[in-house]
Design a protein around this ligand. Structure first.
Ligand code: G6P
Length: 566
């Protein structure tokens, strides 16, 4: 997105030199090597790219919306880059109706859903398969084991004196939820893989399947998949942090070993950052007795196979995002926001856009803003903090309590001011267009998670911002390994440090803002979603040839940033 601002601080950004044609050709060659003619990548995740809802008035009685969350935000455009069959869990009643229609022989129903998919995911070569799970399985797998348990462990969210409690409920959910759900998805993946392979055989250039398993919902799926398809090349990618080994010691030995062994059934274990990759290798070394690890080479030898552990920092699709940022839906919201901002005396804007949940650390973000306002009372007039907030997993008690605490602080800051004079404006973040609109007009974007696998808001903000936004970023977000030198980095618990960084960001001269932004933009454009995928394809192709994956170690920029003395 270039220079489409409102005249205040906007400019035209020179395009980043990148030979997209060469990139595309390299990817096409890799895809051809891996998939032959007619083959497809099989992607498996819990949430699919589209969520279907019942909607009487539409053809087929369904409406489709893009799924939420980091995984879908990143992967929703994948079908533009490669032929994909995507297996996901039918999470809503609408998903189940869509799944049914896709399987059914009823042609009109089937084609209504197919055209809905085509409309919702334009220009993509994508086939969707939604796998239904019994409610009691789904609730245990998703609502007890994956969220909150694994999520909390991996984001180090537990106060370990109080949780987790590996009690009967959790063990039952592991046995009768997580495991069977993983098996069901592995079965569905094997089916899809079989279909893809048969298509290549029919064209006389047979290829074994490539399966890309996604995220913490599916740690043990490869165990089954490997039995069903010993010939498959399997890569599992974890979108969230892989914490240091001691965090895993909270879990019973059998469970940690099963998680590790599930991942070791893959050929490549992918993590967001090199630090997480190192943590995973350590975890295996600690818990899987018959594994031999090579820490420097990031490989594990286990039961006659060699598993490679690599970092693939996920990213966004800059062109797709740019087009969306300029779409009517976003532009409408930008116009309305600008009008509201003008009406409030044209304050500068700090923006955050995230789900209201503990790992995103909104509470400390607002405490920092409160401290800044106490320090510099004139900023009450000159600045507004826009929080584009979506609710998340409200049924998890910790989330509800956290949301209440955040609302309490916002109320305290806003006191009794009239709506537009309030220092904090909360906007509806279930509306993705609103989040992007707010990022377009931001002067400062605050991304301060306690722990975060990557954090795509940081990358989106860098691409779509029109007012030379300064990024204030937690060191503990995966994105910091890439962006630390040009963002203002903070320690997530450091409320005063965050207040200082916000102040520094607001006061930063425009020349410095531009230089920093240019570096970050260049880096995000370079290491985009295409790069993320191609890096994996290159490694998968190497594995197929029996070679070591060529992807190089990535630099960790956090190590370059000097701390300020306290
Ligand atoms: C976050 C994580 C993703 C994860 C998703 C699940 O966005 O970064 O890795 O897959 O949450 O969210 P959901 O709403 O599907 O449970």
């Amino acid at each position: 997105v270039t220079g489409q601002g409102d005249g205040s601080g906007s400019r035209t950004e020179p395009p980043i030199e990148r030979d997209q044609t060469a990139d595309r050709a390299a990817r096409a060659a890799l895809l051809h090597e891996l998939l032959g003619d007619g083959g497809r990548l099989v992607v498996v995740s819990n949430r699919g790219p589209l969520t279907f809802e019942e909607h009487g008035a539409t053809p087929g009685g369904l409406r489709a919306e893009r799924g939420s969350g980091g995984l879908v935000t990143a992967l929703a455009e994948l079908g533009r880059h490669a032929p994909v069959t995507w297996v996901a869990v039918a999470m809503t009643a609408g998903d189940r109706i869509a799944a049914d229609a896709l399987e059914s022989g009823d042609q009109p129903r089937r084609s209504a859903v197919l055209s809905l998919i085509r409309e919702s995911l334009p220009d993509q070569d994508i086939t969707l398969r939604y796998q239904s799970l019994e409610t009691r399985v789904f609730e245990r797998y998703y609502g007890v084991v994956a969220n909150p348990f694994l999520w909390f462990v991996q984001h180090q969210m537990y106060a370990s004196a109080y949780g987790p409690n590996v009690d009967d409920t959790l063990l039952d959910a592991w046995r009768h939820g997580y495991r069977p759900a993983n098996e069901a998805l592995a079965n569905a993946a094997a089916d899809a893989a079989g279909e893809a392979t048969r298509a290549t055989e029919a064209r006389g250039n047979p290829r074994p399947p490539i399966v890309l398993l996604q995220d913490y919902h599916l740690y043990v799926a490869a165990t089954r998949l490997r039995q069903l398809r010993p010939d498959a090349t399997i890569l599992h990618f974890t979108h969230i942090p892989w914490p240091p080994v001691d965090q895993w010691r909270l879990l019973p030995q059998g469970m940690r070993r099963a998680l590790c062994e599930g991942l070791l059934a893959c050929d490549i274990v992918g993590m967001q950052t090199d630090r997480y990759a190192a943590n995973f290798v350590d975890t295996v070394a600690s818990f899987v007795r018959d594994a031999r690890v090579d820490r420097a080479g990031r490989t594990v030898a286990w039961r006659g196979r060699r598993i490679r552990v690599r970092a693939y920092p996920i990213s966004v699709d800059p062109d797709g995002l740019g087009a969306f940022a300029r779409s009517a839906a976003v532009t409408e919201r930008v116009t309305a926001l600008r009008a509201r901002v003008r009406g409030a005396g044209s304050p500068r804007l700090i923006v955050r856009a995230d789900r209201l949940e503990p790992s995103k650390n909104a509470l400390r973000g607002f405490l920092a803003y409160e401290a800044l306002l106490a320090q510099r009372p004139e900023l009450r007039r000159e600045v507004r903090f826009i929080a584009v907030q979506s609710t998340s997993r409200e049924h998890v008690p910790e989330y509800a309590a956290y949301a209440a605490a955040v609302h309490g602080v916002i109320e305290r800051i806003n006191a009794n001011a009239a709506a537009d004079e309030q220092p904090v404006w909360v906007l509806d973040g279930s509306d993705y267009a609103m989040a992007i609109a707010a990022m377009r007009v931001a002067d400062v974007v605050l991304v301060n998670p306690v722990y975060d696998g990557m954090n795509l808001v940081a990358k989106e903000a860098v691409l779509v911002g029109e007012r030379d936004p300064v990024l204030v970023l937690s060191e503990t977000a995966g994105a910091a390994e890439q962006l630390a030198t040009d963002a203002l980095t903070i320690a997530p618990a450091d409320v005063i440090g965050t207040a200082d960084a916000l102040e520094r960001a607001l006061d930063m001269p425009v020349g410095e803002r531009r230089t920093r932004l240019r570096h970050m933009r260049g880096s995000v454009r370079q290491e985009d979603l295409d790069w993320w995928l191609t890096r994996q394809l290159r490694d998968l192709a190497a594995v197929r040839r029996g070679a070591l994956p060529p992807s190089r170690r990535l630099r960790d920029n956090i190590r370059k940033v000097e701390g300020i003395e306290v």
